[in-house]
Design a protein around this ligand. Structure first.
Ligand SMILES: [Mg+2]
Length: 362
């Protein structure tokens, strides 16, 4: 089980359709940093992080120049030990993103390696609760005109979704409310609706928005405020008639402790690729469970399905519109708003490297 080789590659992958969010503007591509770990006895694990276009090479350098030496000849089964070794290795300039993105790719490869070596799917290796996970479609975008917004929702419903999310953060609240009203009318009362403001608002704007959004029976409002405005979230949640979700832009377990202990959210929303990997994600999941909070995930749904399937408090898996399944040999089906975690060993993802290599940047 001793680590013999670590390979890190960065890919810049065009999005199938350009996306816009209030926090990041228009996105036409994203970066993916992929780690492959080989052991002396011939086993392999694959992990990856995804980030905004242009950020990948800097994160890959952390893995290549800072972590690699520390990992060679280590026992790949000691994932907690290796996670903390990487954390301490970059402690002075790190303790969060982009180091968390770098650790995440390695940590995911180690968990995949362990699952493949033991012949177990990741969701069972992590505890095993229920492979059937409730999903929602997370790709209804801010830049879309209303007609395309509604067509996108219909497409998701046709694909098997029963819950859809749309982005908020237009220049005026009136415009946002009009779009939400059109959406609710279009999908009817039986389809669940989530909203995501991607940090668009100040506390006064968010307070007003939540009052006005209450009539649309939303499952949640996501990231109305800046991600680390814990006081703001605590204040808003006490007043908001709409449940709040946040966490995709938090990068450490300590930040999630603040988010949860301060009563900031109804739905903690970790993303393993931003918070340091599967190891800290599962700690957040258990912390949320201890507070009786329903757990949701952000992005990387082919990985997160395992983590939610291992969590008794799993609520919703976001099925993202990044289109990474174009480069995978297996994808999961969505049926009546649910997906089933794969029974293949590890995370069960096999990449089509012939298709991917044309997008390699480092
Ligand atoms: Mg979001």
């Amino acid at each position: 089980m001793l680590i013999k080789r670590l390979t890190v590659d960065t890919f810049r992958i065009p999005l199938p359709v350009a996306m816009e969010a209030s926090s990041s503007g228009v996105m036409r591509a994203f970066d993916m940093v992929m780690v492959r770990i080989n052991t002396q006895n011939g086993d392999t694990g694959v992990g990856y992080s995804v980030m905004l276009e242009g950020q990948g090479p800097a994160i890959a350098i952390i893995i290549d120049k800072v972590f690699r030496d520390k990992l060679m000849k280590q026992d790949s089964r000691n994932i907690e030990f290796l996670w903390h070794s990487m954390w301490h290795r970059h402690h002075y300039a790190g303790r969060g993103a982009p180091v968390s993105f770098a650790i995440a790719a390695v940590d995911t490869a180690l968990w995949d390696l362990k699952g493949r070596t033991l012949g177990q799917p990741l969701w069972q290796l992590l505890g095993g609760f229920n492979p059937r996970v409730k999903v929602y479609a997370g790709n209804i975008d801010l830049n879309l005109p209303v007609k395309e917004l509604l067509e996108g929702a219909s497409r998701s419903i046709d694909e098997g979704h029963r819950s859809v999310k749309m982005r908020l953060g237009k220049p005026t609240l009136t415009e946002d409310l009009t779009r939400v009203a059109e959406m609710r009318k279009h999908i009817g009362d039986d389809i669940e609706l989530m909203t995501d403001a991607n940090e668009a608002w100040s506390i006064d704007q968010a307070t007003r928005a939540t009052q006005r959004l209450a009539e649309f029976d939303l499952i949640w409002l996501e990231e109305p405020l800046k991600p680390d405005d814990f006081d703001g979230y605590t204040h808003l949640r006490q007043k908001s008639p709409v449940p709040l979700a946040a966490g995709e832009n938090l990068h450490t377990l300590a930040e999630f402790r603040e988010l949860i202990n301060r009563g900031c959210v109804d739905f903690p929303e970790p993303d393993l690729t931003t918070c340091g990997g599967i190891t800290p994600f599962m700690k957040v999941a258990r912390l949320a469970e201890a507070h009786n909070l329903p757990l949701i995930s952000h992005g990387a749904h082919q990985l997160h399905i395992h983590l939610l399937a291992a969590s008794p408090n799993a609520a919703y898996l976001e099925v993202h519109g990044f289109g990474l399944e174009r480069f995978m040999t297996h994808t999961f089906e969505i049926d009546q708003g649910y997906a089933v975690a794969p029974a293949r060993h590890g995370h069960g993802i096999e990449f089509d490297f012939d298709a991917l290599m044309q997008f390699q940047v480092s």
